[in-house]
Design a protein around this ligand. Structure first.
Ligand code: PGA
Length: 250
């Protein structure tokens, strides 16, 4: 049985002060949630102050990105050691905004995945097709390649999470229907089984991301291969994020 995982990706939102205010209220609101994992990925500068507040709670922290080297002359980058020391258990890698705005390739993302794992961080590897890919019926090819290349060479015992985020559904209000998402999730699970074997295939959590809201989370989470959500916009308000986390309880 896969434990659901709901992660909030704040992107470049919230100052340190705003992050602290959120954390203080949020921690109280979801104090009774134990049957699912709750993760927040704030901007780097908010990680440590939030860790201080959340360390004895059921909320875990994630970075939104990191560089693969441990240290050195890499102006503007953050290393896996720094991410881990800031209290993170997870790191989001290969988000479509990193791929499309900052030009990250599968090769770079793979180096980051390997580096994360070797520093005991759990990568949340994002994959997803553009609208053009979908219209050209290339969805499975694209996500399959991003998955295989992103995870290439990873230790078979390493823990990782996959997030399917169709680029056309991110921040657009246009969610994939549960059926469309499930089709891709099933494909990704088969691919993981093919590469890593049945045990891994059965146990890896595959999150859906792209305009997840309190109104559509139930339908998505009812699907067999959807094990959680990577939430952008709707994770910025305590109310809506709490409702998403508490899916199935209303
Ligand atoms: P969204 O973002 O929920 O605002 O669509 C999701 C994501 O990019 O992780």
């Amino acid at each position: 049985m896969r434990k659901p995982l709901i992660a909030g990706n704040w992107k470049m939102h919230k100052t340190v002060k705003e992050s602290i205010e959120f954390a203080l209220e949020f921690k109280e609101r979801i104090g009774d949630v134990n049957d699912r994992d709750v993760v927040i990925a704030p901007p780097f500068v908010s990680l440590f102050p939030m860790f201080d507040i959340l360390k004895d709670s059921n909320v875990k922290l994630s970075a939104q990105n990191m560089y693969f080297e441990e240290q050195g002359a890499f102006t503007g980058e953050i290393s896996p050691i720094m991410v881990e020391e800031s209290g993170c258990k997870f790191v989001i890698l290969g988000h479509s905004e990193r791929r499309h705005i900052f030009g990250e390739t599968d090769e770079i993302i793979n180096k980051k995945v390997l580096s994360a794992v070797s520093h005991r961080l759990i990568p949340i590897l994002c994959v997803g097709e553009t609208l053009e890919d979908r219209e050209n019926r290339r969805t499975f090819d694209i996500v399959g390649e991003q998955l295989a290349r992103g995870l290439y060479g990873i230790n078979f015992s390493a823990d990782f999470v996959v997030a399917y985020e169709p680029v056309w559904a991110i921040g657009t209000g246009r969610t994939a229907t549960p059926e469309i998402a499930e089709e891709v999730h099933g494909y990704l699970r088969n691919k993981i089984t093919e590469i890593f074997g049945k045990d891994k295939g059965d146990n890896v959590r595959i999150l859906y991301g792209g305009s997840v809201k309190p109104e559509n989370v139930e339908g998505l989470m009812a699907m067999e291969n959807i094990d959680g959500a990577l939430v952008g916009g709707a994770s910025l308000k305590v109310d809506s994020f709490e409702k998403i986390i508490k899916f199935g309880r209303q």
